[in-house]
Design a protein around this ligand. Structure first.
Ligand code: FAD
Length: 463
């Protein structure tokens, strides 16, 4: 189970795709159907998570083919399954360095060195931060960059919250947060909202949102948790304090271009430069798709469309250069992760609880294992709409599987088990805690490499 990657398995690839958002998966579907047998590096932590930005949202209402909308994580799972079906080889790691100055191009991915004749860059973009003096202190203690992931945690319900920004994300997130009974201040630096008309309308008609125009956030205050925002009126210079318990950033994105600095041409904002509407970069054989080269449209469907163009161009380029060959892989992973889409495990109760099960759900299982089991216990706190949780759960299950029952896992949905989440001090999802003999050994927030969990569990087993 999982992605067994064997370095002996690697020869010179026809095509490596870096990034697993709509651009990367669409490129993989086209390249797979053209029999290029692409390898796709999904990313893990450095520039987002497997599945990309749509893993952090709820309903996607504008992707063609879904008349009733589709949940972002579900859409990305479907794209992934389609890419795998057409022979894409997935590696769930970050690419940490890429050399484009010599052909074949080379990449470092975890412990692997990969060589490839062509490359599609689809590394997307990531949310910006403000860099406030106290930002780090209150990060995950009241400040979040993802209302959809963290907004439903108990600490934010029925509280005064704030969203920073004036675009689509800011309006969507402010509206979303009011679903949990919260009152939301939307702080906009300029005189207008930049969001589309439909979202502006949604904000205007929501009595739980107050829009503050021409207001700039100067800093944040609190004790162990965020309490106040220090806000400046950009016109008058007047300073005021806003009493809020949660602050959500929606202030734009930075393209994930770090790996390519000094190798490719960028535009003035740092996006990878191409001829308008074309996927070729300044290096022959290197193509680009999606938000990393698009400061203007930045949508799922535009990213997917550019992924298609990049794959078709790559295929033509490889054919012209006579570089295409059949890739022989010792291990096929086709279909492996489609199984992860099925999450059939029921909530545990006194009838179905199993003291030796690898993975169970809910507070009943947690209480029993916490008190009765001497094995390391991995608890993941999730929320149904949390895309990163969706990415992390199969990783944790794989770690437990590899350890063959020497450790166990429990999943707690913070919406269903509000009280236990509050007692555990959970401030956002996903949060993972490792316990042994009732002692907390380690806590992780957000998506982390599989190896980190494995190493801590092995240490706990040894003690
Ligand atoms: C909250 C929110 C809501 C949105 N709602 C919508 C919507 O309703 N409809 C819509 O069309 N669009 C929506 N968008 C925009 C849409 O998500 C993006 O335009 C789209 O995801 C861009 O796709 P992409 O493939 O270019 O990049 P991304 O989705 O950003 O994916 C980039 C991928 O690259 C990977 N990566 C980065 N660095 C590395 C590395 N070093 N090694 C390996 N991998 C790496 C990341 O892990 C990630 O998998 C929304 C965005 C946000 C943030």
């Amino acid at each position: 189970m999982g992605f067994e990657v064997d370095s002996a398995n690697f020869q010179i690839e026809n095509l490596v795709i870096v990034g697993s958002g709509p651009a990367g998966y669409t490129a993989a579907i086209y390249a797979g159907r053209a029999n290029l047998q692409p390898t796709l590096i999904t990313g893990l932590e450095l520039g987002g998570i497997p599945g990309g930005q749509l893993m952090t949202t709820t309903f996607v209402e504008n992707f063609p083919g879904f008349p009733n909308g589709v949940m972002g994580p579900e859409l990305m799972d479907l794209m992934k399954a389609q890419a795998v079906r057409w022979g894409t080889y997935l590696i769930e790691e970050d690419a940490t360095s890429i050399d484009l100055l010599k052909h074949p191009f080379s990449l470092k991915v975890g412990n692997l060195s990969i060589k490839t004749n062509s490359l599609i860059i689809a590394t997307g973009a990531r949310a910006n931060r403000l860099g406030l003096i106290n930002e780090d202190k209150f990060w995950n203690r009241g400040i979040s960059a993802c209302a959809i992931c963290d907004g439903s945690t108990p600490q934010f319900r029925k509280e005064n919250l704030a969203v920073i920004g004036g675009g689509d994300s800011a309006c969507e997130e402010a509206d979303y947060l009011t679903k949990f009974g919260s009152y939301v201040h939307l702080l906009v630096r300029s005189r207008n909202l930049k969001a589309c008309a439909a979202l502006q309308e949604r904000v205007a008609s929501n009595s739980l949102i107050k829009v503050h125009f021409e207001k700039e956030l100067i800093d944040v205050e609190g004790d162990h948790w965020l309490k106040n925002l220090i806000v400046k009126n950009v016109k008058t210079g007047e300073i005021e304090s806003l009493d809020v318990r949660g602050l959500f950033y929606a202030i734009g994105h930075t393209p994930n271009n770090e790996l390519f600095k000094g190798q490719l041409s960028f535009d003035a904002k740092g996006y990878i430069k191409t001829e308008p509407g074309r996927p070729e970069t300044s290096i022959e054989g290197v193509f680009v798709a999606g938000d990393v080269a698009d400061s203007e449209w930045r949508q799922g469907v535009t990213a997917a469309s550019s992924g298609c163009k990049a794959a078709l161009s790559t295929e033509r380029w490889l054919a012209k250069r006579k570089l295409y060959k059949l890739i022989i892989r010792e291990k096929s992973i086709n279909g492996t992760d489609i199984n992860d889409l099925d999450d059939q495990i029921q909530l545990s109760n006194e009838n179905n609880f199993q003291s030796d099960a690898l993975w169970q759900k809910g507070s009943y299982a947690l209480r029993r294992l916490y008190h009765e089991s001497s094995k390391p216990l991995l608890i993941i706190y999730t929320a149904s709409e949390c895309g990163p949780c969706h990415v992390l759960k199969p990783q944790l299950k794989r770690v437990l599987n590899e350890l063959e029952g020497r450790a166990q896992g429990v999943e707690i949905d913070i919406q269903n088990d509000e009280e236990i989440s509050r007692q555990a001090g959970i401030t956002g999802t996903p949060t993972v805690q490792l316990f042994k003999n009732k002692s907390l050994i380690k806590e992780w927030k957000g998506v982390k490499q599989k190896s980190q969990f494995r190493e801590e569990i092995i240490k706990a087993l040894a003690n």
